[in-house]
Structure formats: C-alpha cells, structure tokens
Ligand binder design. Structure first.
Ligand SMILES: [Zn+2]
Length: 45
C-alpha cells in the first residue's frame, strides 16, 4: 500500500499515490479523479 505524503490518502497503486502527491503539492487540494482511486474512497468512507 502506498500513501500520499501530503493528504494521507492510501493507494494500492504506487503511480496513483505519486499522482496524488504531486497534485497535492501543486494545488494544495485533492484531485477527485485521483482521490476516488484511493483505498479510503473504495471503502466508501
Ligand atoms: Zn494527496
């Protein structure tokens, strides 16, 4: 499992975690397209 160092969301895919982290760094907010792939989103929380 991989996590975004900025927002703390977890991803099963390293590429998704890196995409989230680079987005979070640049935009200081979450990209829904990326965040919906997170483990948290898949759990339905
Ligand atoms: Zn993030």
């Amino acid at each position: 499992m991989f996590s975004c160092g900025i927002c703390g969301l977890h991803y099963s895919d390293k590429e998704d975690a890196e995409a989230c982290e680079s987005w979070c760094k640049t935009h200081n907010s979450c990209n829904l397209q990326v965040a919906k792939k997170s483990i948290e989103a898949k759990k339905g929380k």
